[in-house]
Design a protein around this ligand. Structure first.
Ligand SMILES: C[S@@+](CC[C@H](N)C(=O)[O-])C[C@H]1O[C@@H](n2cnc3c(N)ncnc32)[C@H](O)[C@@H]1O
Length: 184
């Protein structure tokens, strides 16, 4: 999808997208830098959009590992389906269904969650349900990596995970924060 179409999609769906530009290369690289790919059997990506971070994950994912991707926007799902990679499983569904999909795939735990869902603009309870599910299904030592454009939601991760590390990525529209919480 070109930048203008992405901008249009962002304006049309601001309440689920929370932005009008896809993540920059610097932001994508920061998001995947928190993953130890050598110990990742199952990674879950939430809010994949048209797949900009997805492609960075697939580049580093082990040949026998899986990437389960959640996206609710049908236009983005059409684009994601064009990524022909047998390791990629697309769930055209809301991320609170994470548990169902993980179990259907024969897994009980997730190694990493990489999320770009704009929890700040989503209904609060839906956000809490999704983050809670991620915490429940992450393995011990697994990480939840979340991008945000402000730090207003920081306390949610502190409350659910008991820890959060923050880095700032200025080269992005808008400049972004990457919040990383570990399941202990
Ligand atoms: C900020 S965009 C991020 C897109 C892309 N990952 C990127 O970094 O540029 C957020 C995405 O989350 C998706 N989304 C919003 N609510 C969702 C939900 N409940 N479950 C799954 N995806 C959701 C939106 O459709 C949108 O594509």
């Amino acid at each position: 999808m070109n930048r203008i179409d992405y901008l249009r999609e962002g304006i049309k769906n601001l309440k689920t997208m929370g932005t009008i530009a896809r993540s920059s290369r610097q932001l994508c690289k920061n998001m995947v830098s928190h993953v130890n790919f050598s110990d990742a059997e199952l990674i879950v990506e939430l809010g994949a959009g048209d797949g900009v971070i997805t492609k960075y994950i697939l580049r580093k994912l082990k040949p026998d590992a899986k990437l389960l991707v959640f996206e609710v926007n049908p236009k983005f799902c059409m684009i994601l389906r064009q990524i022909k990679d047998p390791r990629l499983i697309l769930a055209e569904a809301s991320a609170e269904k994470l548990g169902e999909y993980v179990e259907k795939m024969g897994f009980t735990k997730v190694d990493y969650v990489i999320s770009a869902i704009p929890f700040v603009v989503l209904p609060k309870q839906l956000g809490l349900d999704i983050i809670g599910k991620c915490h429940d299904y992450l393995k011990k030592g697994g990480r939840f990596v979340q991008l945000h454009y402000s730090l207003v939601a920081k306390n949610i991760y502190e409350r659910i995970f008991g820890n959060v590390n923050i880095s700032f990525v200025p080269i992005n529209i808008p400049p972004a924060f990457v919040l990383v919480s570990e399941k202990r």
